[in-house]
Design a binder for this molecule. Sequence first.
Ligand code: FES
Length: 178
Amino acid sequence: MLGRNVMAQPSHSNNKPARRAFLVLLPIGVLGGACGNVIAAALRFLRPEHSTASEKWLEVAPLSELKGDKPISRKVVAEQTQGWARVVAEQHVYVLPAKNNQVLSAVCPHEGCEVAWTPDTGVFACPCHDSSFAADGSQINGPARRGLDPLPSRVENGMLQVQYHFFVNNTEERIRRG
Ligand code: FES
């Protein structure tokens, strides 16, 4: 009997390190799996598929400042909800006094760069892929598939106001995405 016990001992003691390693790795594996799920959920929120813009009316300029026949550059501070995050950022718009103070987004509808009014040539030019747009926002040439996007506007107590929206890039149809 004693001989059998002595013979069995070495193999029992060889299993100890493996069992100890298993007991150490088990909680690490469980913790890692749980953290992975939390990180994946966080990333889904950080890269939301849907965003919404605030429907707030934002002040652009007093009507008394909107004169002439050239587009006038203005900035508004717009709020956007992306998943759980609220993003507040300055956005560039152009007012067209020659078109009853219509307000255009300065975001190029091709891939979202910012267009600039160039008084020398009388067009809105996009620096990214050379799309250009007429003074009324209609498309002249370049890869953009539609004109500049008009924004809802109104006048309240002599102040031009706008609702800032975002649109899907690179489509002929104008589709709001926030
Ligand atoms: S982003 Fe304006 S032309 Fe491409």
